[in-house]
Write a protein that binds this ligand. Sequence first.
Ligand SMILES: [Zn+2]
Length: 168
Amino acid sequence: MDKQKETVSKELLEQPFYIKGSYKELSEYIYKGDKVNLTDQEWEHLLNDWQFYILRNKGTERAFSGKYYNNKEKGIYVCAACGLPLFLSETKYESGSGWPSFYQPIKKEGEPLRIREEMDTSYGMIRTEILCNRCGSHLGHVFPDGPPPTGLRYCVNSASLRFISESE
Ligand SMILES: [Zn+2]
């Protein structure tokens, strides 16, 4: 069993809202814009302390400490809190930042955005926060210094993600 499977609780995976499936099913998933609205108390119960801190209290893991910054396997990254597929491994690149970095989220034609953005002025910086548009969980930030074709760097906490390998 890999580390990630141990950290997403069985209870969370059993919630009716949690999107589950194989790599193929998840990559074909179409987001219709539904929302998951849980109270802090409910999230606290379903997530472990670390996930709750990152996802619901907008925490940041230390650079080079997460389990996915160096993951080069082919697969799909979903929101750890609700299972919404967010990034394909094909759009992941080595940014050197110590956090998983992607140049583009999954967006199928005609779909609502899977990731929403908010201005973040904490720590005396102006940054663009990225959140799961389905459950409102904090993912990380997006910066305008990424590679082509988008020029964007989606800098995401490993704890905000769950990886499903193509070979699973
Ligand atoms: Zn989510």
